[in-house]
Design a protein around this ligand. Structure first.
Ligand code: FAD
Length: 656
């Protein structure tokens, strides 16, 4: 265990359970392989649940490394971060200590689909993550490359052909474990690509995992191949920012974590981002050099929603594509050109960059590159992320075909919890589609699989009005505390306080009547639509865009003043008011469907041509393909939305 001394040098203040006077016993409750975004969450979650956990990774100094973009969050991804945080996961808290530019995306739409996002200081994130991981009680960290799995007879009461009981490292040493979580990212048979050159690597500067990929294949796991890529990095001082559109951060910054009121840095001290665009010259360089670009020629599928510049030029020719120039950190000299992921030979990348406005004199410090890697068909895992084939073996992160730090973190926390629960013979911790985006992500993966890198969007969630970033704690923290034991007492108490304050606040807002003379001052526009001189409940007044809790409390200081003292509480009351009536109707519709769950669907219904009922093409195809017998069965088909079900239900009843 050379690594123990190595890691001690890097982190003199860290606590290592393996470097005390006690002899090193390589037997743990949970072993997590990989120190990326899935692995760190899995290891910390298992340890929080009370399991003696080992995190085994190639290099301790790359724990928490952001392989690609220096940012976290965004539309759908911000929701996942809030849910990870609600389960006391790490990434949101670490982002609040490392962000350099906070901006909520989708602000013009309702808060249910706001995308919390921040540019992150890479170096700081890694430092803070390593500090957190190396100081987590019950968690030991070691360097090493896992090459093989130790398998034993399966437990008779569970399905599965084998049971995992440990891992074998590259130097032949073994570690025994009750559960093992694999989070190897893009490293399984990873190959990096620039131009026509291909080299075995998990990402730039890191060795790939070949032995482990062979082991998994030999065991009978179905393996596929995916690809992704990253843009070049540019010297900051070589960019002419003065001619570009500047984007300033939000003021105030909204923290990612429920337990933070503010982030580590004031908005005025944060860094700006800049926007520029590609042009026809960029298209020309890409198209003229396709023969020098083997990543693009490969038939392997890449990320649809974060495509390379080559894919964009091929799919949408003659368009100007956005390039965001994003800071890599507070004291970094590098800029990350988001939107310019490319695998052309390095000299052509430089030529392409200098065609772009503001980048005419840009100096490329590191070329962009692509990576191709094995992933495992996620239909081979259960909703607890345990594999069907090997008992007590869990997969999380990019190995399951996803892309993105947040998707990886979300799976990591669930795998870590379940690996720990499995050791303690407790029932699995599963999040349903109605409870969280994590549930949507895992349900999509385990039931539908994926043939291209999967990323989260709000449109994937049927219940997005209730699965909001603001209320992830009320959806998940209590379950995490009671069923999994992964939530700290402090967080539990904070969530309990928030829940009771919200309930009390809503009931107070319902009980206060505003006479028309009073509400017309606050919402004069509304008198046109309401048009009557009726009193309104304070909760109804708060629904209007121009009213916030502060303004309402000015009109009725008692008893409303106390709800303005905590910024988060005031904002959440406003959001609850906004969605109250919509959610009430949604609840009524859910009840309507539940009442008629057993309603038989006519056998001869032709969903593809059916008129008089509003169904999207996607839903029609799914119903046509699955031919459910009842409304209940139809509602359980992934991707068939509640709105479609209610329309179908009402249509079928109208024909009876
Ligand atoms: P990783 O973060 O890759 O971590 C894997 C960890 O496992 C590493 O620490 C590695 O050292 C360790 N490991 C692997 N094999 C072994 C072994 N046998 N033994 C011990 N340790 C092992 N995401 C986006 O959303 N948008 C993008 O544009 C994008 N571009 C990307 C470009 C590149 C070049 C790369 C590499 C990734 C990109 N990603 C992108 C993906 C994003 O980085 C991943 O989705 C995310 O990091 C996955 O997290 P993970 O924990 O699953 O794996």
């Amino acid at each position: 265990w050379v690594a123990a001394s190595l890691t001690k040098q890097h982190h003199p203040s860290s606590r290592f359970s393996g470097d005390s006077a006690a002899p090193w016993t390589p037997h743990f409750d949970v072993v997590v392989i990989g120190g990326g975004h899935a692995g760190t969450e899995a290891a910390a979650a298992a340890a929080r649940c009370g399991s003696r956990t080992l995190l085994l990774t190639h290099r301790v100094d790359t724990i928490g490394q952001m392989s690609c973009n220096p940012s976290f969050g965004g539309i759908g991804k911000g929701h996942l971060m809030r849910e990870v945080d609600a389960l006391d996961g790490l990434c949101s808290r670490i982002c609040d200590q490392s962000g350099v530019h906070y901006k909520v995306l989708n602000r013009r739409k309702g808060p249910a689909v706001w995308g919390l996002r921040a540019q992150i200081d890479r170096k700081l994130y890694k430092q803070n993550m390593q500090k957190e991981i190396l100081n987590t009680p019950l968690l030991t960290v070691r360097e090493g490359a896992v090459e093989d799995l130790i398998l034993t007879e399966p437990e008779p009461e569970h399905t599965g052909k084998y049971r995992v009981s440990g891992v074998v490292l590259g130097d032949g040493s073994t570690v025994y474990a009750e559960s093992v979580v694999l989070t190897t990212g893009t490293f399984l048979r990873g190959m990096i690509v620039i131009g026509l050159e291909m080299h075995p690597a998990g990402r730039l500067g890191d060795q790939p995992s070949i032995g482990l990929a062979q082991t998994l294949e030999k065991l009978g796991f179905v393996v596929g191949r995916l690809k992704t890529g990253t843009p070049p990095r540019i010297a900051k001082e070589s960019i002419n920012f003065s001619i570009l559109n500047k984007q300033t951060p939000d003021n105030p910054s909204i923290p990612f974590s429920f337990i933070n009121e503010t982030v580590w840095i004031k908005p005025e001290d944060q860094l700006p981002c800049y926007l520029t665009h590609t042009n026809p010259q960029v298209d020309e360089i890409v198209l003229e050099n396709l023969h020098l670009n083997c990543h693009v020629k490969e038939s392997t599928r890449g990320p649809r929603y974060c495509p390379s510049i080559e894919s964009k030029v091929l799919r949408f020719p003659n368009r100007l594509h956005q390039v965001w120039l994003e800071p890599e950190g507070m004291d970094s000299d590098l800029i990350y050109p988001q939107g310019l992921s490319v695998t052309l030979p390095a000299d052509l990348q430089e030529k392409m960059i200098t065609c772009i406005r503001g980048l005419e004199k840009a100096k490329m410090i590191q070329p962009g590159y692509g990576v191709q890697y094995d992933y495992l068909d996620p239909r081979q895992i259960t909703p607890s992320l345990e594999t069907h084939l090997v008992q007590r073996l869990f997969f999380a992160g990019q190995i399951n075909g996803t892309t993105g730090y947040e998707e990886a973190a979300a799976q990591g926390v669930i795998a870590g919890i379940n690996a720990s629960l499995r050791v303690r013979h407790k029932p699995p911790f599963v999040i349903s589609r109605t409870e969280g985006y994590i549930g949507v992500l895992i349900d999509d993966l385990t039931t539908l699989g994926t043939s291209e890198p999967y990323r989260m969007f709000t449109s994937r969630a049927e219940f997005r009005l209730s699965l909001r970033p603001d209320n992830a704690d009320s959806r998940l923290t209590f379950r995490g505390y009671k069923e999994a034991g992964c939530v700290s007492q402090q967080r539990y108490e904070r969530a309990t306080w928030m829940k009771s304050s919200l309930e009390e606040g809503i009931s107070v807002l319902k009980s206060i009547e505003f006479p028309s003379s009073k509400w017309k001052n606050l919402i004069p526009e509304a008198s046109i639509s309401i048009g009557r001189s009726l009193p309104l409940r304070a909760l109804d007044v708060l629904k209007y865009e121009e009213v916030d809790t502060e303004l309402l409390a000015k009109a009725v200081p008692e008893p409303l003043k106390k709800y303005t003292k905590c910024r988060e509480l005031a904002e959440r009351l406003k959001i609850e008011a906004t969605y109250e009536s919509v959610l009430f109707h949604q609840q009524q519709e859910i009840k309507e469907v539940q009442r008629d769950e057993a309603l038989q669907l006519p056998k001869d219904l032709d969903y593809l041509t059916l008129r008089d009922v509003s169904l999207s093409c996607e839903v029609r195809e799914k119903l046509h393909f699955s031919r459910p017998q009842t409304i209940g069965a139809a509602s359980r088909i992934p991707g068939v939305t509640p709105a479609a079900i209610i329309n179908l239900l009402r249509f079928v009843k109208s024909t009876q």
